[in-house]
Design a protein around this ligand. Sequence first.
Ligand code: GLP
Length: 248
Amino acid sequence: MKWVAVGDYDDLSRVAARIMLDALAANPLLVLGLPTGRTPEGMYARLVTECASDYRCFRDVVTFNLDEYVGIAGDHPGSYSSYMRQHLVDHVDIDPQSIHIPDGLATRFRDRASTFDEALEMECDDYERSIREEGPIDLLYLGLGRNGHIGFNEPGTPFDSKTHVIQLSESTRNANAAHFPDGDVPQRAITMGIGTILAARRVILLASGEPKREAVRRLHKERENTDFPASVLRGHPEVMVICDQETV
Ligand code: GLP
């Protein structure tokens, strides 16, 4: 695991965006794994700015988002589909057909399944199959939950898990409550599994700000253990952790 400590959030966003732009320049057919949350917002803003001058950078990429909430539509303002439209895909030349985000309503499978949960399982299996067919993911970015979650893989998630539905912890729901001003924070999410994440060729984890300090400390110190999901990255051959001074 390679550690890169940068000065502040702007530096982190710049370094993270540069890595993606360089990878895109080397391979325009890149398969990307993309995160949401506050941390990558600055990276996306930089990518949008840079790609305005070289408007072809995303034309041939394929993207897979890490996760999505269960029970809300893609056009709900709190959904990660909305997030991606707001921060990246409405501003660059990505082919809409090449953008993959789990559907938290499992719309395509509702008619074939006898329960909503069964439809969600079919959605997860289908997402995993798409990653397998169009992947492997060349470059996957992760944020870091305060409890060490990656994607929405909460503590206790098996390291060999594939895309699945997960019950969100109270701490994760609280951390994301701002996106649901009506107080109706979803209870569940679909997330790439830890095994899915580990199959990516290269992983970049971003951590910024004082609230992540304890999680960064644990990532630095702890051996692989399912109580702290991000620790699994220790076993991956190509991981870079980029963190700013407030986290160290
Ligand atoms: C959510 C996302 C994660 C993200 C985490 C941290 O739980 N599902 O993928 O890494 O939040 O978010 P933030 O960057 O806002 O701290």
